[in-house]
Design a binder for this molecule. Structure first.
Ligand SMILES: NC(=O)c1ccc[n+]([C@@H]2O[C@H](COP(=O)([O-])OP(=O)(O)OC[C@H]3O[C@@H](n4cnc5c(N)ncnc54)[C@H](O)[C@@H]3O)[C@@H](O)[C@H]2O)c1
Length: 328
């Protein structure tokens, strides 16, 4: 059945999953003029009760009840990765717009199914690719496109933020968990890669057997070379730290972006400091999502980009497994 969607004055939002990342999406939605967090569902009744009290919103007894509430126009799927597709499907089939956290799906087939369902119903299904919603990233992409830096030669996308093993265990290794951020950012700034060479290791986990650091080098279709690194084993607190750091160097100029540009000296739930751009990019992404629903904007990164980003992570994994250069 094709659902027609009329944009209302106020967009009602519901969360499926109310864990750590919902702590950033809640102020994100609450800050949006004309949007309202109606309620949430979490598989843990204790978590759901505590978070609905904290966020001053309704607690639903099931995801089905949430998506079928007429006050809900849009759903944010904030569950662990393995529950993204079933919940995205549920929301789209109920005629609701969706923002789904990264990594969007486990496989390309899953993301293609989300695309088919959302396109068929004329609904937004936007990946939670928050890093590129930083104004400096958008500005840098625009400057690159307008040739202000000349021909791109080198791109560096780096991340060094220690994550305790008990936190990392909730995720799927740094390639899938945080490497995916670097993959869609690489696409956003520099286009598609032709090939990749990668390595990984474990430097601080005692039991967890997934990598806590990887590095990858890409040859880009535009001829540039790119380096990507994600490290959950260590923080970088040296001068000019590479906590989250991006640099593009072209033949006529260069640009940088870093999370250490705006820091509060307070521990965040996982990070050693409060990097203001992290919640800020999620707030901007939420605002952008609401504007997309209103028909005023298009997502900066689409499900097609999510498919390519997964292909890049698969290429990184294959290169590591087979100790060779992988061509895309
Ligand atoms: N964009 C970012 O920077 C960023 C940061 C952290 C996490 N994430 C992503 O957000 C998602 C959630 O991560 P998190 O850190 O909030 O994890 P979390 O473990 O803190 O929270 C997940 C929540 O989902 C609930 N849940 C599990 N299965 C469910 C189901 N079937 N239905 C409803 N609720 C369910 C859990 O009870 C838990 O409260 C993951 O995909 C993760 O990769 C993105």
């Amino acid at each position: 059945m094709i659902h027609s969607f009329t944009v209302k004055q106020e967009i009602g939002v519901g969360f499926i999953g109310a864990g750590d990342v919902s702590l950033n999406h809640t102020p994100g939605i609450k800050a949006c003029e004309g949007a309202n967090l109606v309620g949430l569902y979490d598989i843990s009744p204790e978590r759901a009760a505590a978070r609905s009290r904290k966020y001053h919103c309704k607690r639903y007894d099931s995801a089905e009840e949430l998506v079928n509430d007429p006050r809900i126009d849009a759903v944010e799927v904030l569950t662990p990765l393995e529950f993204h597709l079933p919940n995205v499907k549920l929301a789209l089939e109920a005629g609701k717009h969706v923002l789904v956290e990264k990594p969007v799906g486990i496989t390309i087939t899953q993301i293609e199914e989300m695309k088919r369902l959302s396109n068929g119903r004329g609904l937004i299904c936007m990946p939670g690719h928050n890093e590129i919603y930083a104004p400096d990233m958008v500005e840098t992409q625009d400057l690159i496109k307008r040739g202000k830096f000349g021909k791109l030669s080198a791109i560096y996308l780096l991340y060094n933020i220690r994550h305790p093993e008990e936190v990392a265990k909730r995720y799927h290794g740094v390639i899938r968990e945080t490497g995916i951020h670097k993959c869609y950012t690489l696409l956003f700034l520099a286009g598609r890669p032709k090939s990749v060479q990668a390595m990984k290791t474990i430097q601080h986990y005692k039991d967890y057997d997934q990598e806590d650091i990887f590095m990858a080098n890409f040859e880009m279709e535009n001829g540039a070379l790119a380096h990507m690194e994600v490290n959950f084993a260590a923080d970088d607190h040296s001068a000019d730290p590479w906590s989250l750091y991006a640099k593009v160097i072209g033949t006529k100029g260069s640009a940088r972006y870093g999370h250490n540009d705006r820091v509060v000296n307070k521990k965040a739930s996982v990070h050693s400091h409060t990097y203001l751009d992290y919640p800020e990019t999620i707030r901007r992404e939420d605002a952008h999502f609401i504007d997309c629903i209103r028909g005023q904007k298009q997502p900066l990164s689409t499900l097609d980009d999510a498919v390519i980003a997964i292909k890049l992570t698969e290429g990184i994994e294959q290169s590591i497994r087979e100790s060779r250069t992988v061509t895309f």
